[in-house]
Design a protein around this ligand. Structure first.
Ligand code: C5P
Length: 236
């Protein structure tokens, strides 16, 4: 399989494959926070996030959500459909935490009456600024129709994931999605893992996600392993 490095991000490397319609994603152990201000390694994170993401993509497919995941040739690699990425980070929130708790001046853990969907412009140099539908349309980052699809998909994915995770005793506090165009459709891309979701144990409210790294809470690897274990039964 021909492999030309196309892009190296903070947590993943993207390679071409023999198929022009597909890419290979390599999941690294590198972790960053605060837009690169804090750097570190989370042992085996690449393997855990690859497996956790594949699990979520399969689960979402069973619920009729189209995504880019095709197959997992190795523990750290995923073959995906090559999308024309829409430069947005779409954040869904059910409980105030992180930047929303700060912005609104409410305590972390405050339940939101309805889910909140936010858009951020995917741009490292600018620190992913928060934007709204008007900015997106004015900058031609997505059309009105694409935005309607993204909003519908985002809310539906939030609903499916929240209900599913509840059966695993996990509260889905918030998470980030990315979408891309593929043969005229908007479909789900990127990853779904403890790197870009906040997962809290439903009973103890223990954080089982990257906040353990961001906030130096310790037991980072164990939290990622616990998520994989609760989802798949696999002990990493
Ligand atoms: O930092 P904030 O509270 O805005 O993050 C909301 C959610 O989006 C969290 O689950 C976080 O992991 C995710 N996120 C992300 N990538 C970013 C910003 C936020 O995955 N660049």
């Amino acid at each position: 399989m021909s492999k030309e490095k196309l892009y190296e991000g903070k947590a993943k490397v993207i390679y071409t494959t023999d198929n022009p319609d597909e890419l290979l994603v390599y999941y690294k152990d590198d972790a960053t926070a605060g837009n690169g201000a804090k750097k570190g390694t989370i042992m085996e994170k690449g393997i855990l996030n690859n497996k956790i993401s594949a699990f979520f993509f399969d689960m979402l497919a069973e619920n009729n959500i189209e995504h880019h995941y095709i197959s997992m040739p190795s523990e750290r690699e995923m073959i995906v459909k090559k999308l024309d990425i829409i430069p947005l980070e779409v954040v869904l929130r059910n409980v105030a935490a992180g930047s929303l708790a700060q912005r609104l001046g409410v305590e972390e853990g405050t339940k939101l009456s309805t889910p909140v969907l936010e858009y951020y412009y995917k741009c490292d140099e600018l620190g992913d600024p928060m934007i709204n539908q008007f900015h997106i349309k004015a900058m031609n980052w997505a059309t009105e129709d694409e935005l309607a699809q993204i909003e519908k998909l985002g809310l539906k994915i939030n609903d499916i994931m929240t209900k599913y995770l509840k059966t695993k005793n996990i509260d889905l506090i918030d998470f980030k999605l990315e979408f891309g165009r593929y043969h005229g459709k908007v479909i789900l891309g990127d990853e779904i893992s403890p790197d870009n979701c906040r997962f809290w144990d439903s009973e103890t409210h223990e954080k089982l996600d990257k906040d353990r790294f961001r906030r130096d809470l310790g037991n980072v690897e164990d939290a990622y392993k616990e998520i994989l274990h609760r989802l798949t039964g696999e002990k990493a």
